[in-house]
Each structure stands twice: as C-alpha cells, then as structure tokens.
Design a protein around this ligand. Structure first.
Ligand code: PMT
Length: 401
C-alpha cells in the first residue's frame, strides 16, 4: 500500500455506531504513512469523543464551522484544499441527505461544498433505512455527481437486524483508497493468477503439501485489480479472504488447479503462476485411511503435471510470469526455469524456513529476456505493486497497441 504514503486524507465522521471502526481506519492509515485530519459532526460526538480521533490522527479534531481559532489554523476552505480525498466514514442517512441538498450549516457539509477533491462515502445505517426510497435516490444522485460509494456491507447490525447497512471494514476502505490513487494502467486486460499451496492426497485424511500461505499471490491479485485488470484468482487452501472485486476459484490438488487454468487460459492476457504447486503426487491414493501396522512404509510418488510448462508450450499463450522458489543459486536456477518453461518473465525468490513462504515480506529478482531487476525485502503488498508495474511495462513492450 505504498501508494497511500503521504496522501492527505480528510475523514468526516457522522452520527453512527460504526464510528468505532473509523478509529481503526485512522490508525491503519497513519501506519501506512498517510496524513489524516478528522471532522466530526455533532451527532458523531454522541458516539465517540474527539479525543480518540485526536490521539489517533495526531491532530486536533475539527468540530465547528464557526470556531475562530480553527478558522485561523485550518478552517473549512483550507481543509477542503488540503485533502487529496474526503472520506465520510461512517456516513449516516442524514449526512448523505444534507450533502445531496448542498447544505452548509456545519463544518463537514460546508467542506464538501467547498472542495474539488474526490469525495467518497461509506454508508452505515439500519437495513430498512438503507432500502428507503429517499436514501436510494440520494445515493443515485451522489453517484451521478461522481461521489464514490463504498459499501455498505451485509450482515448483523447493532440494532439486532440483519441485512445491508454495515459500514465496510477498515481493511476494505484502505483497499478502495489505494485503488482510487492507482492509475488504472491494466484496464481492459484480464489477469489469471494462481496462489497458495496444493494438496496431494495419500488417503482421505492425509496429504502432501507445502508452507505457502497465499500471501504473495493474493497481494498480486489485489494489486492487479487495483491497477484496473479483471482478475481471476485460482487458489489452493489458505486462510485468506479473496481481495475485493476478484473472482476466486478454490482448488485442492494440482489436477484441479490444472483443469481450472486450462479452462480459463484462453481468456487471459497475463498469467501469473505464483502458486507453490506440488511437483510430485502419490502413485496410489488409498481409498481408506492408511493403518498404522508396518514399522516402515514407502510412498511411491510420480511427477504431477507441470501447469506452467504446459501453457508455455501452447502456440497462443498469454504473457507468462512464473515464480521460482529456490533454496540455493536462486537466480541461476530461475534462469533455467525461465527457458525450460518458455516464459516471458520469472520472479526468482530465495526461500527457506523463515524466508519467502508464510512470512509477510519478500525479496526477489525479476528476470526477462531484456534484463533483470532486484527488489530488496518489502512487505508482500508493496512488492506486489512493484511486480505488477514491472509486468505491465514488459507486457506493453511486447504488445504496444
Ligand atoms: O504463499 P506465500 O506464503 O506468500 O509464499 C510465496 C511463494 C514463496 C510460494 C511464492 O513467492 C513462490 O515462489 N511461488 C512459486 C513456488 C513454486 O512452486 O516454485 P517452483 O520453482 O517449484 O515452480 C516454478 C514455477 O512453475 C512456479 O511458477 C510454479 O507455480 C509453476 N509450477 C510448478 C510445478 C508444477 N507442477 N506446475 C507449475 O505450474
């Protein structure tokens, strides 16, 4: 989420119980290097104190339109000019209506009127209120005016009801903010990504697998989507939620992953094979749980299908990006895979017990026919953005139109 660093985000908080989530949002934005200022409506202060947001944002919270001291320091015009984005989270039905009407009797509505900065709102209200015609018409008006509407989500509500109306989670809002600031340089392209491990079953309860968490592949999927691509993610078993806006297909075995890749590859412009795919599978799968009878048993293994190599042999292949997970001579070994699998690019990453797999950060060397570039250790989310940019550069070099 490097894209968020140094961005100036003005958060408007209106009267809703979801204001507690905004505290977490502000903390996360600050962690990502954003500068945050907060405006609270009177109703918002019934739910949470300005002091909370002051502590989290590191700045005095703005609450009054007619506050001489604030006007000298940062009044509504200055706030409106300062921000790169105004995000109203939570946005109650009332603040939405007042923005639609162009009211300006409080600081938040006046700031919204006095700005040319993008405005986004994260609605939060009872599900019946959300479905009310008045609210829906107001939302339609805001969309027509170019206001971004992020959410609401569906689920259980503080009032005890269930349905649409929950403010989207801070993690998702951050993703939307990052997307807003990202140039959509992959618009119109379809990107297929594999992530996570595969499982090769020995019997109904045991399998051979590896330590891939899916973090690298999921981060690539989110970065490609944020850059405007239509992304499909084929994922082995992980604990991760699919990034927002991405079609996720779950698989277990190499054979299942191979079937899915082969059925979708003709629609892909770019294929990124980040999954840690098993190289071997048991020759025989026991239909019953293997009993503990013999002192020693021998597993016979045979090679699995090499999915990436199979695609590399196709006459009409998309732009192919492989990964090489190597414990030794990682660049040299990656170069061999680059040639043998007929790739357009390979991402070579050194791996070990505490390296590459499972951890949150990764380092790598990207190799393609005209060059190579080293990326030092970065959080996987940041590295993914850099890799997607590099992939796009090389893709457009091969496909200038
Ligand atoms: O998931 P994380 O915990 O975030 O970890 C990320 C990662 C270390 C798994 C990732 O960065 C990575 O290196 N993925 C590739 C792992 C791997 O299988 O590498 P390999 O060198 O064995 O395979 C080379 C390439 O061929 C890979 O693109 C792989 O997806 C592909 N392959 C391998 C075997 C096979 N049967 N079919 C394949 O398509």
């Amino acid at each position: 989420m490097e894209i968020i660093r140094d961005k100036r985000i003005l958060i408007g908080v209106s009267g809703s119980i979801s204001a507690y989530k905004t505290a977490d949002l502000i903390r996360k934005l600050r962690d990502l290097g954003a500068a945050v200022r907060v405006i609270m409506t009177e109703a918002a202060q019934e739910f949470i104190t300005p002091l909370t947001f002051q502590a989290l944002s590191g700045k005095a919270v703005h609450t009054k339109l007619m506050d001489p001291s604030q006007e000298l320091a940062m009044g509504h015009i200055a706030l409106a000019r300062w921000a790169d984005l105004i995000l109203i989270a939570p946005a109650s039905a009332d603040i939405i209506a007042r923005i639609v009407q162009g009211r300006s009797y409080d600081l938040l509505t006046a700031t919204c009127l006095a700005t040319t900065t993008p405005i986004a709102i994260a609605p939060s209200m009872n599900q019946q209120m959300w479905h009310a015609i008045a609210v829906q018409e107001n939302i339609a008006t805001l969309i027509r005016r170019g206001v971004k509407i992020w959410g609401p989500n569906s689920g259980s509500q503080a009032c005890g009801e269930w349905g649409l109306g929950r403010m989207v989670e801070p993690k998702e809002l951050i993703y939307q903010i990052a997307k807003l600031f990202t140039h959509p340089y992959l618009t119109g392209l379809s990107v297929l990504i594999t992530a996570g491990p595969t499982r090769e079953y020995l019997d109904p309860v045991r399998f051979l697998s590896n330590r891939s968490s899916g973090k690298m592949g999921y981060a690539l999927a989110a970065a490609a989507e944020a850059a405007g691509a239509q992304v499909t993610l084929i994922s082995g078993p992980t604990n991760l939620d699919a990034p927002v806006g991405i079609q996720k297909i779950k698989i277990d075995t190499v054979q299942q992953m191979s079937d899915q890749v082969l059925s979708l590859i003709s629609k892909a412009d770019i294929f990124i094979s980040c999954a840690a795919v098993s190289d071997y599978q048991p020759t025989h799968i026991s239909s019953q749980k293997i009993k503990k009878i013999d002192k020693k048993i021998t597993l016979e293994l045979e090679q699995t299908t090499d999915i990436l190599k199979t695609i590399g042999e196709q006459p009409h292949k998309p732009f192919l990006v492989g990964f090489a997970a190597e414990t030794e001579d990682y660049k040299k070994n990656a170069r061999v895979k680059f040639i043998v699998k007929n790739l357009d690019m390979i991402v070579a990453n050194p791996v070990g017990y505490h390296q590459g797999f499972e951890v949150d950060a990764n380092e790598c060397t990207v190799i393609w026919d005209k060059g190579e570039i080293d990326f030092p250790l970065f959080p996987k989310t940041v590295l993914a953005q850099k890799l997607i940019q590099q992939i796009a550069r090389c893709y457009y070099e091969k496909h200038p139109n």
